[in-house]
Design a protein around this ligand. Structure first.
Ligand code: DGL
Length: 280
């Protein structure tokens, strides 16, 4: 039987999911979290739906073995391409970002831009979800292949990042958008670059906050809210733990202890520490 003190699993390909964790920690301070970043296999956004679905199954199987009571896909690409396929395969609820983000966007405006990974843009998941809620909205989805490598490579402050961001955003500005959705969880880390380009008249939507609201409702509905104080968040990655610890400390405000997980069959190319066995 599921107990309300089991942890919630939150995963992304890398540090993008920290933008979800930040909202989560504010709203649900008693919940314990198992955070997983699939850093050995990022970026997800240039992969196929079947690759992404396989990766997501690896992660959810591992989370199931670690007794999560719920999982959050803190990754739009997984939410767009894998959530519908895998949801019924697990006996805990799995929540994604697309519908919470789409609902918030159609409430905010009529001419909506979505910036995302190429895979999410190609799927059309945000546009489909928004038009399902309100057939009257106009939606433009733009794939931004350089943004995730910029964030993961710690190059946000580089001068060239502004030029890259302009290239992605100008077509949306030309469409006179009133609302812009961060359709990838890495992108709120680029807010200091994106906001000045789009200006103050455009409403920025971060689906993370809306996913966390949906999570709160789901926990209440199922009677699964934790009541005792949480345990410290546990961080795991598939790549190099020290790299994730270094990069994430900027947003977490502390340097986390990070452990490495290798899934069966995964190439062991980046190890700098002993493995935490995925079957543990
Ligand atoms: N942060 C993820 C997303 O929201 C994945 C980015 C990537 O690995 O390409 O889509």
């Amino acid at each position: 039987m599921t107990s309300n003190h089991q942890p919630i699993g939150i995963f992304d390909s890398g540090v993008g999911g920290l933008t979800v964790l930040r909202e989560f920690d504010r709203a649900l301070p008693n919940e314990s979290v198992l955070y997983f970043g699939d850093t050995a296999r990022l970026p997800y956004g240039t992969r196929t739906a079947s690759e992404i679905t396989d990766f997501v199954r690896d992660i959810l199987d591992w989370m199931a073995d670690h007794g999560v009571k719920m999982a959050l896909m803190a990754c739009n690409t997984s939410s767009a391409l894998a959530l519908d396929r895998v949801r019924a395969e697990y006996d805990f609820p799995i929540l994604g970002l697309i519908f919470p983000g789409a609902r918030a966007a159609v409430k905010a405006g009529q001419r909506i831009g979505v910036i995302s990974t190429p895979a999410t843009a190609k799927s059309g998941a945000y546009g489909d979800a928004m038009r399902e809620i309100n057939p009257g909205v106009e939606v433009w989805e733009v794939g931004c292949p350089q943004f995730v490598p910029i964030v993961e490579g710690n190059r946000i402050q580089d001068a060239s990042t502004i030029a890259t961001a302009r290239e992605y955003l100008e077509p949306l500005i030309d469409h006179n958008i009133d609302t812009l959705v961060y359709g990838c969880t890495h992108y709120p880390h680029l807010a200091e670059v994106i906001r000045p380009i789009v200006g103050d008249r455009v409403t920025l939507i971060d689906p993370a906050a809306h996913l966390v609201r949906a999570t709160t409702r789901e926990l209440d509905l199922l009677g699964l809210r934790a009541t005792n104080p949480r345990q410290a968040t546990q961080f795991y990655v598939s790549g190099v733990p020290s790299q994730f610890a270094e990069l994430s400390s900027r947003w977490l405000g502390f340097r986390p202890q990070v452990q490495r997980v290798a899934f069966p069959g995964m190439v062991d190319a980046h190890a700098d520490r002993p493995l935490v066995n995925a079957e543990e």
